[in-house]
Ligand binder design. Sequence first.
Ligand code: SF4
Length: 468
Amino acid sequence: MKCYSGRILFVDLKLGNIVCKELDEECIRKYIGQRGLAASLYIDITTSTEPVDETAIIMMTGPLTGLFGPASGRFQIVSVSALSNKFATLNCGGHFGPMMKMAGYDGLIITGESPNPVYLYISDTRSELVSATDLTGYQAGHTSDKLRGIYGQTSRVISTSGAGELGSPFAALYGDDFPLSGSAGMGAAFGSKNLKAIVCNGGLSISAANSEEYFQLAASCRKTVMEHPTAIALSGGGIEAFHQLREAIGSRRLRAFQEGIDRQSSKQLCLHTSKEEYLHKRIACYSCPIGCLRISAINNGVYQGQGPGSEREALAAFGDCVDNDISSALYCYWFCHQNGLDPAALSRAALATGINTVESLCRFIEACAADPLYVEARSEYSASSFLSYAAQAGEELPQDQDALLAFLESSGICPNCCEALSPENISELIASATGWDFTVEEGLAVGGRILAVETRLLQSSDRTKTIV
Ligand code: SF4
């Protein structure tokens, strides 16, 4: 199968075993990859495969991940959320997914708990677990620097912070030194397994079944994306600009973000931070012509500095705490990341306590990083566990829109491009990359299957273990 390696790596942290297994072709065809395959494998691993591990972590790429294409760097992480204690599925960007494929694996399944802190090293020639005792307590940037110093600057690193090691339900995961999949407490999922980081180094090429045709289709899609108003807005104004567009169409995911915050003032605040004045640098994920990620900056005053982000929901909640002062809210946002915590989830908890000064917010953040039980942090809210939100709100999951999103999030292309690209475009890319006869109707059928599996996983999540 072109564009798939057809192999996944099984890592049993308890026994220290690493085994390469073939992916079942029928399963690939049914679920395509990324979000779909991850959910399908998760239900197997948490119910029937020995050893059963109800807190397994699965990372899975899509058929287009790592190919030339518009924003084709996506992969999925699924596990139990430390925040909601339910199944969570996170669509992630950066550069790790393509590197995993270049190392020869479509995905990883991680089970068990290591007796000692370890990191996992994966390459196209060897994979091993290495002691991470000397990385204990490191924040993501330090971990990444250290590991890239050992394995080379081209390696890609996913890591958790000291807060993740301690099991904070707010702990984020980082791709190199940038927040990867903030919400859902996935940093604690790593911490609960004594897994500090994963380092990946790959030199294999990834090719499409019909390579010439694929290249032309992908080039045309890139051009379409670059000329589309949403891409231009994203590129210029960061993710906040995209939120403005989503708000206009009443996006349900955005509603989940906005619940409980002052929408009007948060909109003003976030519009301000999307301006050039607060922009230090734009960042793009693998093969992305948009580059919506940013390093923000405050150029003067007491909170002068730089940091990753910013996301609207976190800024808005911190803004509500500090009278919508932009510098104060942005500083708190960065301070969360300096402590390895997800600002989106933590800012909600802070807002609920009624804290209203930067100093007390910083103390609150430090306390949450040091003590996983500092606040009762059980929340349905988390950016990418949108499914939990929909289920809680009593909304029907299997709708065409949701099935389409599930399909698109299984392809390997960033969902932010999917405003510009039609489902037909994505289906054509998949057909050309895989050599299958693949249509939008089949994509929707795939999406429907994914939603059915995820619904089962959510419904059975009361049986999952608490991992904090
Ligand atoms: S649009 Fe933004 S999030 Fe998506 S791949 Fe590009 S830089 Fe990454």
